[in-house]
Design a protein around this ligand. Structure first.
Ligand code: TXA
Ligand code: MG
Length: 339
């Protein structure tokens, strides 16, 4: 565990972590969204270690992280005008661009696809690590496959202790949900995963785009659409407890009582955007006042409920505006039922 100052990362610590990456090891590090589990993106053996540590299926592609615009040109077939505008405007930042992949990227990194997902994270530790390693770093979120993404080094340790070579602890992540994934291999770009860079912001920069229909569907989707949205066929981000999301309800607490009637009260977790004082004996956690706070809190709350042995979680939905769309996407993918 390398505790590092997020505002002014110590060179010695970044150097040690970069050396691990350079010799084919795995290092978890903070980004502005969630913690990532990094390895040399161009080394098939190193990338395999990431899949194995997470227990991640090999058809779920990784995101390649870069620290300079020039690195992009080596990784993809061509950088079109849209990619240039978006990179200029949003990098470093929480926008991942999917583009046609060059031959230097091993296919294990891309889940055997001919496209590769790339982003430049807006976090000093992440940028220093990539720069010092001198390589693009493949990094999925640093959680066990299917679990909530980690927003602190402690969450990473909880899932991956003993399975990876190092963790850089740079404190809590700023945003709390993963980057927006935008597929640029289509004529009209498609959002595959919503994040802080919203559809509106992207459309202001490059004109009309689409949102993939699976974004608003519950986890574990099936059918032919999955071929175009790798990684989206799995249930993600999920706590151990049975999760029910109530999108809108005139009487939320009446619904909670009804849905939890077969459980002991101390086995019921409730997530609401209102205050977090105990209500009716249930364990209640607050998402916060707005979408920004909800994004920051959602994965931490799932993990806390897991630790306290809750068996059912009932969560209130939030409006799907701005970051709210990303939060609701993660809730749906984690949910057993959406009402
Ligand atoms: O914010 C983030 O993006 C975080 C931090 C660590 O950077 N990373 C992250 O990675 O969330 P991960 O592996 O948990 O999510 C990667 C997802 C895949 O599951 C898939 O949906 C999409 O990105 N993806 C990656 N490569 C793709 C490709 N070639 N085509 C389509 N989707 C792709
Ligand atoms: Mg993930």
């Amino acid at each position: 565990m390398l505790k590092t100052n997020p505002n002014n990362p110590e060179r010695g610590k970044i150097g040690r972590a970069a050396a691990i990456i350079r010799r084919g090891g795995t290092v978890a590090f903070p980004t502005e969204t969630v913690y990532g589990l990094g390895a040399n993106a161009l080394d098939a053996k190193a990338v395999k270690r990431v899949f194995v540590a997470k227990g991640r299926p090999f058809d779920d592609p990784l995101i390649v992280h870069i620290s300079h615009m020039q690195e992009l040109y080596g990784l993809v077939k061509n950088v079109d005008a849209r990619a240039k505008i978006l990179a200029e405007k949003f990098w470093p930042g929480p926008l991942t661009l999917v583009m046609n992949c060059s031959d230097i990227v091993p296919r294990i990194t891309t889940g055997n696809l001919d496209s590769v997902a790339i982003r430049m994270p807006n976090n000093k530790i992440a940028l220093a690590l990539i720069e010092k390693a001198g390589l693009p770093i493949a990094a999925p979120s640093a959680n066990l496959f299917g679990k909530p993404s980690p927003t602190s080094a402690h969450h990473v340790k909880e899932d991956l202790h003993g399975k990876i070579d190092a963790i850089i602890d740079g404190g809590k992540t700023r945003i709390g949900v993963e980057s927006t994934v935008l597929d640029l291999t289509f004529k009209i770009p498609v959002i595959l995963r919503p994040g802080e860079i919203t559809r509106d912001k992207i459309e202001k920069a490059i004109g009309k785009i689409k949102v993939h229909s699976l974004v608003r569907k519950k986890g574990g989707a099936r059918g032919k659409m999955i071929a175009r949205a790798p990684g989206m066929k799995y249930k993600h981000y999920a706590p151990k407890a049975h999760l029910i999301v109530i999108k809108k309800s005139a009487n939320f607490w009446a619904q909670v009582r009804k849905l939890s009637s077969n459980y002991a009260k101390n086995k019921v977790g409730v997530i609401t955007s209102k205050n977090s004082r105990d209500r009716n004996g249930f364990i209640v956690k607050s998402l916060g006042r707005n979408a920004k706070q909800a994004a920051k809190n959602i994965f931490r709350i799932f993990r806390e409920f897991d630790r306290s042995g809750v068996e059912i979680i009932i969560s209130e939905g939030i409006p799907e505006k701005g970051l709210g769309m990303a939060v609701m996407n993660r809730m749906r993918k984690a949910a057993d039922r959406v009402l």
